[in-house]
Design a protein around this ligand. Structure first.
Ligand code: FES
Length: 202
């Protein structure tokens, strides 16, 4: 698991723009009166989306006021969950799952590709400013291991060559098809296997 710390360079202020404000108010309205603090995770996500995929401390303070709750409680939530980015990330933020199923299927070879093609150390933005990468725990797509997440999409059944190609394409802003890169539909068995006793080595 990577070390997560708030960025050293922080903006002084943050506030929701009009479209974020509209979504935030609709989220808060889902909770009973007096329970608005339950919207904290949704509001952090809205702030992250508005702010180029990371959450500054000023946004946590703003959300604390917005929900009338202590800043430290918002900070605790934002720093606990790895899906909240506490420092700037690349336009294409690559999360490489290195938990056991992905690890034994070659996840660390994917990490090597990220180190070579993006930045030597995780959470550093590439020289062209286009991408950054980090290691994460299981993303829930183990059956298609090894896999990565780029922004909101999953890319599965990968190997170093396929990841190389993916990174080359995102550098050129090519829109990529998410899902399996071994031609599977979702997580269907390979070789048209239908039962556990079907084709061998499927
Ligand atoms: S172990 Fe990688 S997605 Fe679950």
């Amino acid at each position: 698991m990577s070390l997560r710390r708030p960025a050293k360079d922080q903006p002084d202020n943050f506030e929701f723009n009009s479209s974020s404000l509209e979504v935030a108010n609709s989220m808060v309205a889902k909770y009973p009166k007096g329970k608005q603090q339950s919207a904290v995770m949704a509001l952090l996500y809205i702030a992250q989306k508005q702010n180029n995929n990371w959450i500054p401390l000023a946004a946590m303070k703003y959300i604390a006021k917005f929900l009338d709750m202590p800043y430290i409680k918002v900070y605790e939530v934002a720093t606990f969950y790895s899906m909240y980015n506490l420092s700037p990330v690349g336009k294409y933020f690559i999360q490489v799952c290195t938990t056991t199923p992905c690890m034994i299927r070659g996840a660390y070879k994917l990490v090597d590709v990220c180190k070579k093609k993006i930045s030597k150390n995780e959470n550093n933005i590439s020289k062209d400013g286009k991408s950054s990468w980090t290691e994460v725990e299981c993303l829930g797509a183990c059956v298609n291991a090894p896999m990565i997440q780029i922004n909101e999409d999953y890319f599965e059944d990968l190997d170093p060559e396929k990841l190389n190609n993916i990174i080359d394409k995102i550098k050129d802003d090519v829109t990529l098809k998410p899902g399996s890169y071994r031609g599977r539909t979702n997580s269907e068995p390979e070789n048209i296997r239908k039962t556990l006793l079907g084709n061998k080595n499927a």
